[in-house]
Design a binder for this molecule. Structure first.
Ligand code: NAP
Length: 483
């Protein structure tokens, strides 16, 4: 029997799990029990890090006995069947009051299901979104845990000790019950998709409009990183654009195949938004843009379709680049605003008490969308906790006011030049849609009533109405009925 000396355990020692285990072991007072299905990964971790406070184990029973009570274990395995398999094993060897944390990228509805099932055994189950990739896992990720308040009491101090620190505060908070943590992590990833697509569109427009080289554009992104756009993604964009391919001496960006992959969290964000009825058009366009890029046969077949006949040139590159910067900023505000709308709707649907300002705070460090302007989001929700749309908060209202002329110029220029700008354009359309006095939705309602008797409401009186549309009748009748 292994002695119960570890205060925390990690199951799954691939890239994320081994780095998280090393992060945990590096913190004062922690001893970490580690387990992996195939023992080679455990052996490698132990032999490469003899200095770390690890207890290697070779089966689930040994793993459980290595942990002091209440036992706390973080699962970092392949999301889906792998997670279910490990939970099955752990619930056999854990006891009521113990805590199982799933730190993988689970779909939040799976987490709700798992939490319910595990709770029946008396064991706590916490779905925790962890962002920051392998470096974050090792040095400090942003952590979004769900689960019960009771589990958070034990888990909170441990997670705080390994999370990234932003402006003196650990990037972790108890997001809400059951699947709330994985829901918020999903939205984080959706925003990440939008952020990356917007950056891509900005780069493409500048490159095609000004003819600047990737290395020159890297310098522009470096300068942008000293503005409101300051963020990890802008910073690493400069790094990626600067990179020279060792094999050819070309800019590396020019030898990378232009087909973007995806692991599914962006699609989940959009699918969930559709179910909740929340327009996350910027995020959706980013997901679709990756899908479009990954259709080589269709792209090849369409490559000789006509585009604009006039050659596009930018007369004043400096002004154009500044316009693109502001278009990026305004569109980014829309993406975050839409993402937070989805958080509000999810919290409402699943009865989670999510503090939006705290979410913005824990995204300031460790995670992929870490950015300076997240502080402004925290401020906006602190000033007005009932804020109905982030982009209407005074700070963002002013920011968009300052950017909108540039934004319109960029979107119209892109359309005329035949350069795709799906996220820039859809964000601007969303903005114009929200601020419109009247939308053509009135016509949509008329059409729905015409062909399907779906009824409509009137602007001038209460009730629900259906018109006997002309057809072979000469008169149009209305019927009013109050419901
Ligand atoms: P991964 O490639 O997603 O998964 C490999 C790990 O899962 C291995 O340890 C493997 O064990 C284990 N595993 C798979 N099926 C299993 C089963 N049925 N029973 C027991 N163990 C099983 O690993 P990863 O990239 O380190 O990611 C771990 C989790 O973190 C995933 O959920 C991922 O989505 C999430 N995540 C990843 C990142 C990232 O940047 N990579 C960022 C955030 C979150 P064997 O060695 O025995 O095959």
């Amino acid at each position: 029997m292994v002695e119960a000396v570890a205060n925390i355990g990690v199951v799954g020692l691939a890239v994320m799990g081994s780095n998280l285990a090393r992060n945990l072991a590096s913190r004062e007072g922690n001893t970490v029990a580690v387990f992996n299905r195939s023992h080679e990964k455990t052996d490698t971790l132990l032999s490469e890090h003899p200095e770390a406070e690890f207890v290697g184990t070779t089966d689930y029973a040994g793993f459980a006995s290595a942990l002091s009570k209440p036992r706390t274990a973080i699962i970092m395995v392949q999301a889906g069947k792998g997670t279910d398999a490990v939970i099955d094993e752990l619930t056999k060897v854990f006891e009521p009051g113990d805590i199982i944390v799933d730190g993988g990228n689970a779909l939040f509805t799976d987490t709700i299901r798992r939490e319910k099932a595990v709770r029946e055994t008396g064991i706590n189950f916490v779905g925790a979104g962890i962002s920051g990739g392998e470096e974050g896992a090792l040095k400090g990720p942003s952590i979004m845990p769900g689960g019960s308040a009771e589990a958070w009491e034990t888990l909170g101090p441990i997670l705080k000790s390994i999370a990234a620190i932003a402006e003196g505060e650990p990037c972790v908070t108890h997001v809400g019950t059951d699947g709330a943590g994985h829901f918020v992590k999903m939205i984080h990833n959706g925003i990440e998709y939008a952020d990356m697509q917007l950056i891509g569109e900005a780069y493409d427009l500048i490159r095609r409009g000004t003819g600047k080289s990737p290395a020159e554009i890297a310098t522009i992104f470096e300068a942008w990183n000293k503005t409101e756009l300051e963020s990890y993604l802008i910073e690493i964009t400069a790094e990626v654009l600067k990179q020279v391919d060792a094999k050819t001496g070309k800019a590396l960006i020019d030898v990378i195949v232009d087909q973007a992959g995806a692991k599914g969290t962006g699609a989940w964000t959009v699918q969930t938004a559709l179910d909740l009825g929340i327009p996350v058009s910027g995020i959706a366009e980013a997901v679709f843009a990756r899908s479009l890029s990954s259709k080589p046969a269709q792209r090849a077949a369409a490559s000789d379709l006509p585009g604009p006949t006039d050659k596009w040139t930018v007369d004043d590159p400096e002004t154009f680049i500044e316009d693109v910067r502001l278009a990026l900023y305004a569109s980014k505000i829309i993406a975050y605003s839409q993402g937070f709308d989805e958080i509000v709707a999810g919290a409402d649907e699943y009865k989670w008490d999510i503090h939006k300002g705290d979410i913005a705070k824990i995204w300031r460090g460790g995670c992929i969308i870490r950015a300076q302007f997240l502080n402004r989001i925290t401020d906006a929700y602190a000033d007005d906790p009932g804020l109905v749309a982030l982009l209407t908060a005074p700070y963002f209202r002013t920011a968009i006011e300052g950017a909108q002329a540039s934004w319109r110029r960029v979107v119209s220029t892109a359309a005329i030049a035949g350069i795709p700008s799906p996220a820039f354009s859809s964000s601007l359309s969303y903005y114009d849609g929200l601020r419109a006095d009247r939308l053509p939705a009135a016509l949509t309602q008329g059409l729905r009533d015409f062909f399907g008797a779906h009824t409509y409401k009137r602007v001038d009186m209460d009730g629900t109405f259906h018109t006997l549309w002309s057809g072979d009748r000469s008169e149009i009748e209305s019927e009013g009925s109050s419901h």
